[in-house]
Ligand binder design. Structure first.
Ligand code: 13P
Length: 252
């Protein structure tokens, strides 16, 4: 059985005190959530949020880290620094990092390695652009993104890895992938994993969907066989919306 997981990616939103309020509101409405819940605030908030979250079931992650372990990289933050500030997980290869900051598969492979060295849970983000989907290459693109990122790793190192499928055309656009489109890709990702690491490992792999998930569409998406939860952008910035997504009962 795969534990359902809902994560909020706050991107570059909120100031630390607003983040603290948001976390308190989330904790206040969490109740008996069945899902594993994560928040990924800006790195400036990690130390502040680590304390209230440490007393809770909600886990804390960072949105990005340097590919190098340490050194003369002005402005960069290493995985071990983020861990020291309370991060338990890391988003690797979000499409905004790939598109706006030119992160390549090779760089993401290094980031993943840093993450595994520090025993942080990696959330590997993959997804195609609209042009790639329209040309019929979307599955190939996603397969390549996964293969490049995990190249050289043994299965045991990737035990905790979570994959987030986020079609670029669905991020922040209000245009969600249909449950059918999302399920089709998730099943494909699981087959890619099974081929590389075997059926049993693929059965354990958690694959999240991200891209315009809202309280209104979460239950139907989460009801798909191969969708194990969501990575939520905009709707994770309002506690009430995020909580409705956390509590959404998968509609089978
Ligand atoms: P939206 O939910 O705002 O579309 O963002 C999705 C996302 O990029 C999460 O990482």
């Amino acid at each position: 059985m795969r534990t359902h997981l809902v994560a909020g990616n706050w991107k570059m939103h909120t100031h630390p005190n607003e983040g603290l309020d948001l976390v308190h509101e989330i904790l206040g409405g969490l109740g008996e959530a069945k899902a594993e819940v994560w928040v990924f605030p800006p790195a400036t908030h990690l130390s502040l949020l680590a304390e209230p979250l440490a007393q809770s079931p909600v886990k804390l992650g960072a949105q990005n880290a340097a590919a190098a372990a340490q050194g003369a990289y002005t402005g960069e933050l290493s995985v071990s620094m983020l861990k020291a500030c309370g991060a338990q997980g890391l988003l690797v290869g979000h499409s905004e990092r790939r598109q706006l900051f030119g992160e390549t598969g090779k760089v993401l492979n290094q980031k993943l390695e840093r993450c595994l060295e520090q025993a942080l849970t990696p959330f590997l983000c993959v997804g195609e652009t609209l042009a790639e989907r329209e040309s019929g290459n979307h599955m190939e693109v996603v397969r390549n993104q996964i293969e490049e990122a995990i190249e050289g790793f043994e299965l045991h190192a990737l035990d905790a890895l979570v994959i987030a499928y986020e079609p670029v055309w669905a991020i922040g656009t209000g245009q969600t992938a249909s449950p059918f489109q999302a399920q089709e890709m998730h099943a494909f990702i699981r087959r890619v994993w099974a081929k590389k690491f075997g059926e049993s490992s693929a059965e354990h792999l958690r694959i999240l969907y991200g891209g315009s998930v809202k309280p209104e569409n979460a239950a139907e998406l989460f009801g798909q066989t191969d969708i194990d939860g969501g990575l939520i952008g905009g709707a994770s910035l309002k506690a009430a919306d995020f909580l409705r997504i956390v509590h959404a009962k998968p509609q089978v």
